[in-house]
Design a protein around this ligand. Structure first.
Ligand SMILES: [Zn+2]
Length: 324
């Protein structure tokens, strides 16, 4: 759907309806002291920007981090208190923006993550808990009666590392274009299930960002890398109805589960010529040169040979004597 960042055609109505445009319900929450595991990673990222006003002013504007989005009781007026949700959310935003390399690496999801997030998500709201105990939630909105936003909740601030928070934001941004397409019982995690990797939904983007971050992120330490590996592999195995044949290999990226011991097939093991899987019969009289449609010779070869991949499609033309 279109984001309301660019929804200017209804601008004339904006002022008149502003007073009735709903903000998030005010909800207060008590906050635990961050545990040492999470705190150490947050401090590592924090040292890169140290509550620079230019950073939080920019993020406040881009994502409407204001009282209207319920940040009043979540650290809005203690912007530099890293124990509170506001600063912990900004720390994740900073990581999305500044940990990405300038050029495409891996899946390509990390170096484009910031521009995607900025384009798709007009506002980020704070919350304590959501009905299903979720970490974050995307709402498409129905302007002007409801606004498009991502809401983040207590597990986001305190039970997810800063790098995983960053990946969750990418996950939610993807929901601007795709919802989960399977029921909660369709995957191991009991919710947020996608059908498969090819669906290209939020879980694929979430995993891809973590994978790229682990290998190529500009701002990361070993603890953050280990955390990204664990989460990426957990999500691969628990967020799809049809589990992808993938795993994240530390320092390498996404590979087939069999990596590094995958069997490499050759045409020769089937007694054929060519490069697997485009094998063909080594006997020139069974070859065809028609690589687009196949020919009767190819069909004859296939039925006689009966071996997988032996369609003859990439074979050179048969010599003239075979045509007799
Ligand atoms: Zn989701």
């Amino acid at each position: 759907m279109a984001t309301d960042k660019t929804m200017t055609m209804l601008g004339v109505l904006t002022v008149a309806l502003m007073a009735s445009t709903p903000a998030l319900a005010q909800e207060t929450c008590s906050f635990p002291a961050p545990d040492p595991y999470h705190h150490a990673m947050d401090n590592f990222v924090w040292d890169y920007w140290r509550c620079d006003p230019a950073v939080w002013q920019d993020y406040d504007t881009r994502f409407q981090l204001s009282d209207g989005e319920n940040w009043e009781g979540y650290g809005l007026h203690e912007k530099c208190n890293l124990d509170l949700p506001y600063a912990r959310t900004l720390n994740a935003l900073y990581l999305v923006q500044h940990s990405a390399p300038a050029s495409s690496v891996g899946t390509g999801k990390m170096n484009t993550g910031w521009s995607y997030l900025d384009d798709k998500i007009p506002r980020i709201g704070a919350g304590c808990t959501c009905d299903s105990g979720c970490v974050a939630r995307y709402s498409p909105g129905f302007w002007p009666f409801a606004l498009e936003r991502v809401q983040v909740f207590t597990p986001f601030y305190y039970s997810r590392t800063v790098s995983h928070r960053a990946a969750v934001l990418i996950h939610e941004a993807r929901h601007d274009e795709k919802s989960h397409n399977e029921s909660d019982s369709a995957c191991g995690s009991g919710g947020s299930c996608d059908s498969d990797w090819a669906y290209d939904g939020s879980n694929r983007w979430h995993i891809s960002w973590l994978s790229d971050f682990e290998v190529w992120g500009n701002i990361r330490n070993q603890a953050m890398r280990d955390d990204a590996v664990s989460w990426a592999n957990y999500l691969i195995d628990n967020r799809f109805k049809y589990t992808p044949d993938l795993k994240h290999v530390p320092g390498v990226g996404l590979k087939q589960k069999c990596y590094p011991n995958c069997v490499v097939h050759t045409c020769q093991e089937y007694g054929l010529c060519g490069t697997y899987p485009s094998c063909y019969n080594c006997n020139p009289c069974y070859r065809t040169g028609d690589s687009s449609t196949g020919t009767s010779e190819a069909a004859a070869f296939s039925s006689q040979d009966g071996k997988a991949g032996s369609t003859g499609r990439d074979a050179p033309l048969p010599p003239p004597e075979c045509m007799l």
